[in-house]
Design a protein around this ligand. Structure first.
Ligand code: SAM
Length: 287
C-alpha cells in the first residue's frame, strides 16, 4: 500500500498535483498510521459494513477503510483533491467517490446504490463544521449504525459529558438522545500535517435502535433542552420563562409535576428529567 502517512510522500503528491492545503476546508492530514488503525478499530469495521467517510483528503484513511470494509463511500468537497484520490485509490473497486459538500448532499440518493442500506460513519472531520455535520447525520433520520469521528478534544468532552459540569449542554443531550457516546482515545496535535492548534479526540457514538418519539414530541423536547441551556446562570424557571412560549405559572406547574426544583440550573438535569419535563409541557399543548 502507498504509505500516505509519510510526510515526504504527502509533499511529493501535493507537488505533483500543485495542491495547496486550504485552511477554510479544515485540511489537516493524518501522518500517523497507528492513529488511522486505532480509529478503524474503534469503529469496529468488518467486511459486512458499508462506510461513509466525510473528507477523505488524499485518501490516507480511505485506503485502510477499503481494505477492511465491504464498501466505502467518501464525500470530499475540494475538487482539487479528486485527481489525487483517483491516483491513491486506484485498484480499490469497493470505493465510491463523491465530490460534494456533505452539508448539501442528499445521502439517501447514494444509499440505494450501495451493497448495504445501513452505514457506519468514519471520519477525521473538518473541525470548522464538526457539530453541524454530527447533528445533520442524527437529525435527518438516516440509516446510520454508528459514528466514529476525530474531532477537537474540547467538543468530544462536551459530547460525552455528565450532568453538572460546564461541558454538559444541548450538544451533550442531543448526542445522548440519539446515540451512546464515548471517547475512544485522545490524539495529540503532532499527528497532523499541518499541525492544528488544539488536541483532538476520537468519539464513538453507537446510534440507539429506535428513538421512540414522534416528530412533534421531538421538537418540543429539543425546544425545552435548548431553552434550559440558553441562560446557563439563570434558574430553570427563569431561563424557561424567557425562552419558551409558556407563561411563568405554566412553567412552574410543569417543573413541579416533573418533580424538578425550579431553582435548579439546566446543566444539572439528566436525560430522563428532560424527557419528563417535555412530557409535562406536552400536557399544556393543544391536542
Ligand atoms: N481524511 C483525511 C485525513 O485524515 O488525512 C483528511 C481529513 S481533513 C481534517 C478534513 C477533510 O474534509 C479535508 O479533506 C477537507 O477538504 C474535507 N472537507 C471539508 N469540508 C467538507 C465538506 N463540507 N464536505 C465534504 N468534505 C469536506
Amino acid at each position: 500500500m502507498d504509505k500516505l502517512t509519510s510526510p515526504r510522500r504527502i509533499e511529493q503528491l501535493l507537488k505533483k498535483y500543485d495542491f495547496r492545503m486550504v485552511k477554510r476546508f479544515g485540511q489537516n492530514f493524518l501522518i500517523d498510521e497507528n492513529i488511522v488503525l486505532k480509529i478503524i478499530k474503534a469503529a469496529g469495521i468488518t467486511k459486512e459494513d458499508t462506510v461513509l467517510e466525510i473528507g477523505p483528503g488524499i485518501g490516507t484513511m480511505t485506503q485502510y477503510l477499503c481494505e477492511q470494509a465491504g464498501h466505502v463511500l467518501s464525500v470530499e468537497i475540494d475538487k482539487k483533491l479528486i485527481p489525487i484520490l483517483k491516483e491513491t485509490m486506484k485498484g480499490h473497486d469497493n470505493f465510491t467517490l463523491v465530490n460534494e459538500d456533505i452539508m448539501k448532499i442528499d445521502l439517501n440518493q447514494y444509499i440505494g446504490e450501495l451493497p448495504k442500506d445501513r452505514f457506519k460513519v468514519v471520519a477525521n472531520l473538518p473541525y470548522y463544521i464538526t457539530t453541524p455535520i454530527i447533528m445533520g447525520l442524527l437529525e435527518k433520520d438516516l440509516p446510520v449504525e454508528s459514528i466514529t469521528v476525530m474531532i477537537q478534544k474540547e467538543v468530544a468532552e462536551r459530547i460525552a459529558a455528565s450532568p453538572g459540569g460546564k461541558d454538559y449542554g444541548a450538544l451533550t443531550v442531543a448526542c445522548g438522545f440519539y446515540t451512546e457516546p464515548k471517547i475512544s482515545f485522545i490524539v495529540p496535535a503532532n499527528v497532523f500535517m499541518p499541525r492544528p492548534k488544539v488536541d483532538s479526540a476520537v468519539v464513538h457514538m453507537k446510534v440507539r435502535e429506535a428513538v421512540s418519539m414522534g416528530e412533534k414530541d421531538k421538537k418540543l423536547f429539543f425546544s425545552v433542552v435548548k431553552a434550559s441551556f440558553a441562560n446557563r446562570r439563570k434558574t430553570l424557571l427563569n431561563t424557561l420563562s424567557t425562552n419558551l412560549d409558556y407563561d411563568k405559572e405554566t412553567i412552574r406547574k410543569a417543573l413541579n409535576n416533573a418533580g424538578i426544583d425550579e431553582i435548579r440550573r439546566g446543566e444539572t438535569l439528566s436525560m430522563d428529567e428532560f424527557k419528563k419535563l417535555a412530557e409535562e409541557f406536552k400536557k399544556f399543548e393543544p391536542q
